[in-house]
Design a protein around this ligand. Structure first.
Ligand SMILES: Cc1ncc(COP(=O)(O)O)c(C=O)c1O
Length: 442
């Protein structure tokens, strides 16, 4: 064989940083310390720090294997229809004022895939309605913006970034709206509303976390959601809900879908990316759905056929097994009741761990205020610890969390919570930058 050339066509490629959460998981797995604690990935762990197969999932999987109609055939392009129908009902409610014929729904590759299909679809098919474009012959239509909360799930940035420019060549820009008020460690409602009021344009898109905001664990109140809905209506901003924690956040499926239902009941067109990773514990099975609410049945049918075409070109048909398992639960009211008990176990344990961490920090008289740990909801706490403190936690205590200070509370358990609290206490008191910090600087 002739000697290989020294240079490759790909030799000048840039190497983007590996995703922080997955890098942290790998570092945690490689750490041999018996004391190690993972507060990184957003996955549920039981009191023994083990992954937990929900009781209802164990039950339906057994039944599925005994079901002679269960096979490994391809699903249709839009997915397993009983799953898609039940998923839609779960998010919009049984008494939704929006008839199902006005909702274009399809199964996706979990919540991430739903976010992606939604982003791609809207990029190409959400019309530009800025006041200038209706009348003017000017070619300089301002770029459409997708508004993301600051901060947000890091993958939102990547998903929208990769979607890029529309097929008609008009650019799509990522913009951020204030969400977190660091000094009070609370939701910055005023900042959000003022910023959008001043800067968002008709035809822009806003990404909203349906519940249990990732990473802050801070959600708007119902009254604030109503104001956000009114603002979107008034300004013509298209709402894109990301629902990754329905039932997992509060333990109540209806409560965690309240904001979406409120927007839908106002007669707004909107979309929802729905994940079943956390609430059914089906992380690796990639179970999700995308729903687009339209004003007319005809529009929903047209939009649906465009989305079906997108899926065909991207991955042909979604994965079957997880959708069959999920459908076995969510299509059956008796199993939904059993599922609710599992949801109560998960959300209850997380709440208990928030309190345990908080109580221990109080007992240790750790400098700073820590109420936010018990006031935030869902999988995460935005602790307010600094980057240096996070690094010390990892280097000296084998405790792994994101640089932003986000801690996945489900990594805590009755055996490690005192250790974690004492490590927090030590880094807050002893960190080199502690001269100005109360442990919550950002
Ligand atoms: C806000 C948010 N959206 C979407 C997802 C998507 O998760 P998956 O693709 O596993 O369903 C996650 C998972 O962590 C999330 O936190």
């Amino acid at each position: 064989m002739a000697p290989l050339p020294q240079e490759s066509l790909f030799g000048a490629l840039e190497v983007p940083p590996y995703d922080e959460v997955f890098a942290l998981m790998a570092a945690f797995a490689a750490d041999s310390s018996p004391q190690k604690v993972s507060l990184g990935a957003g996955v549920y762990r039981d009191d023994d720090a083990k992954s937990w197969r929900l009781n209802i999932i164990k039950k339906v999987e057994k039944l599925l294997w005994e079901d002679s109609s269960f096979d490994h055939e391809y699903l249709p392009i839009p997915g397993y229809q009983p799953f898609v129908d039940a998923a839609r009902e779960l998010i919009f409610g049984t008494n939704s004022p929006v008839p199902k014929c006005r909702i274009a729904s399809l199964q996706t590759i979990s919540g991430t895939g739903a976010n992606h299909i939604g982003a791609r679809f809207l990029k190409d098919h959400l019309p530009r309605l800025s006041p200038s474009s209706a009348s003017s012959s000017s070619s300089a239509t301002p770029a459409r913006k997708i508004w993301l909360s600051d901060p947000t799930w890091a993958n939102h940035h990547l998903i929208w970034d990769l979607v890029g420019t529309s097929s008609t060549g008009s650019p799509l820009k990522i913009a951020v709206y204030p969400y977190y008020h660091a000094p009070t460690r609370s939701f910055d409602f005023e900042g959000m509303v003022q910023n959008l009021e001043a800067n968002a344009q008709k035809g822009d898109i806003i990404l909203l976390h349906a519940c249990a905001h990732n990473p802050t664990g801070l959600d708007p109140t119902r009254a604030q959601w109503q104001e956000i809905a009114a603002l979107c209506q008034r300004k013509g901003i298209f709402p894109f809900f990301d629902s990754a924690y329905q039932g997992f956040a509060s333990g109540d499926l209806d409560n965690d879908a309240w904001a979406i239902r409120e927007f839908a009941s106002r007669g707004m067109e909107l979309c929802v990316a729905q994940s079943f990773s956390k609430n059914l514990g089906l992380y690796g099975q990639r179970v999700g759905a995308f729903h687009l609410v339209c004003h007319t049945e005809d529009a929903a049918r047209r939009a649906w056929s465009q989305m079906v075409e997108l899926q065909r070109g991207e991955f042909s048909t979604p994965p079957s097994y997880g959708a069959r398992v999920a459908a076995a639960v969510i299509c059956d009211p008796a199993y939904i009741s059993e599922w609710k008990q599992d949801l109560a176990v998960m959300s209850g344990r997380i709440k208990a761990m928030r309190h345990a961490l908080y109580d221990e920090l109080r007992r240790l008289r750790t400098p700073g205020t820590w109420e936010h740990i018990i006031n935030q909801i869902g999988m995460f706490s935005y602790t307010g610890l600094t980057k240096e403190q996070i690094k010390t936690l990892r280097d000296d205590y084998h405790i792994y969390m994101l640089e932003s200070g986000r801690a996945s509370i489900s990594g805590l358990n009755t055996k490690n919570v005192k250790y974690v609290a004492s490590a927090f206490d030590a880094v807050v008191r002893g960190t080199p930058s502690s001269s100005t910090s109360n442990g919550h600087g950002h």
